[in-house]
Design a protein around this ligand. Structure first.
Ligand code: NAD
Length: 262
């Protein structure tokens, strides 16, 4: 059997970018997948790319809305009869310097990522604990949650919040066999909607490079000189949630071609 056969996964923000790649990879490894995102049609389209409703469904869930989050977990239980693996991936980046960051900017970043992943983890943990079979919670945090970068205070602060949620929940949920680990990507330009939706232009301006050269720029500043793609983040999620790392919890794995190590 495939490594994740029989497992049921919920991935937030999975209609696009890294989340979509994670949903596709987990399905390829045998899991049934719930693709959760803001827009129902986009979530359903991403699920349909994976397969029919026996293996993937799309649900609308704004992760900042506790009722919507509970509904998404309920849909997983209803459609597939359980829940084993949850990925907190939904996010956005406003990328502003301190003096341009409004109170509303701060609230939005923290509602979606800090509060959103808390709501998803809480609803998922309840289902995992009731099921009594352990499970996995993954946070897609960021290199920016650990290291300082320019013009990104609200985003980076909420990524640091997510990183600490990993440690806190690893401690709190360990007794139930629930492992909680994080992945810290950096520089995923191609295939990321965050870059497509204006962040690319912002980062290009910040670093003084042309937007079309941004993927190469990020690759060149890494130790490995290798571009990071959504698939590489999905690789880390697969390994972290697999049997080979069954004694690993509270870990943060960089997927950044070495930027955080330099
Ligand atoms: P993306 O824009 O392609 O994907 C983000 C998805 O989240 C979108 O489908 C969006 O609709 C969804 N989303 C946004 N707000 C939501 C909400 N309130 N509820 C539910 N879904 C919501 O961007 P991506 O690059 O794939 O980013 C995915 C995650 O990876 C984010 O958390 C991001 O911060 C993180 N990350 C990305 C990079 C990178 O280099 N691209 C680096 C570090 C971390």
């Amino acid at each position: 059997p495939k490594p994740h056969a029989g497992r049921i996964a919920l991935v937030t923000g999975a209609a696009s970018g890294i989340g979509k790649a994670i949903a596709q990879r987990l399905a390829a490894e045998g899991a049934c997948v719930v693709v959760a995102d803001l827009d129902l049609e986009k979530a359903r389209a991403a699920a349909a790319e994976i397969g029919n409703s026996d293996v993937a469904i799309g649900v609308a869930a704004n992760v900042a809305d506790g009722t919507a989050v509970q509904n998404a977990v309920n849909e997983a239980l209803l459609a597939f009869g359980g829940l084993d693996l949850v990925v907190n991936n939904a996010g956005l980046s406003l990328s502003k310097p301190l003096l341009e960051t409004t109170e509303a900017d701060w609230d939005l970043q923290h509602d979606v990522m800090a509060k959103g992943s808390f709501l998803v983890s809480r609803a998922a943990a309840q289902a995992l604990i009731e099921q009594g079979l352990g499970g996995d919670i993954i946070y897609i945090s960021s290199k920016n949650g650990v290291f300082a970068g320019p013009n990104n205070i609200a985003y980076s602060a909420t990524k640091a919040d997510q990183a600490h949620q990993v440690r806190l929940l690893a401690v709190e949920l360990g007794a139930y066999g629930v492992r909680v680990n994080g992945v810290n990507p950096d520089g995923v330009v191609r295939g990321s909607g965050i870059f497509a939706s204006g962040w690319g232009a912002n980062r290009a301006a910040t670093y003084g490079v042309k937007e079309e050269d941004l993927g190469q720029f990020y690759a060149d500043r890494t130790i490995l000189k290798r571009e990071v793609l959504p698939e590489h983040v999905a690789d880390a999620v697969f390994v972290l949630t697999g049997d080979e790392l069954s004694r690993t919890t509270g870990l943060h794995v960089p997927v950044d071609s070495g930027v955080a190590a330099a």
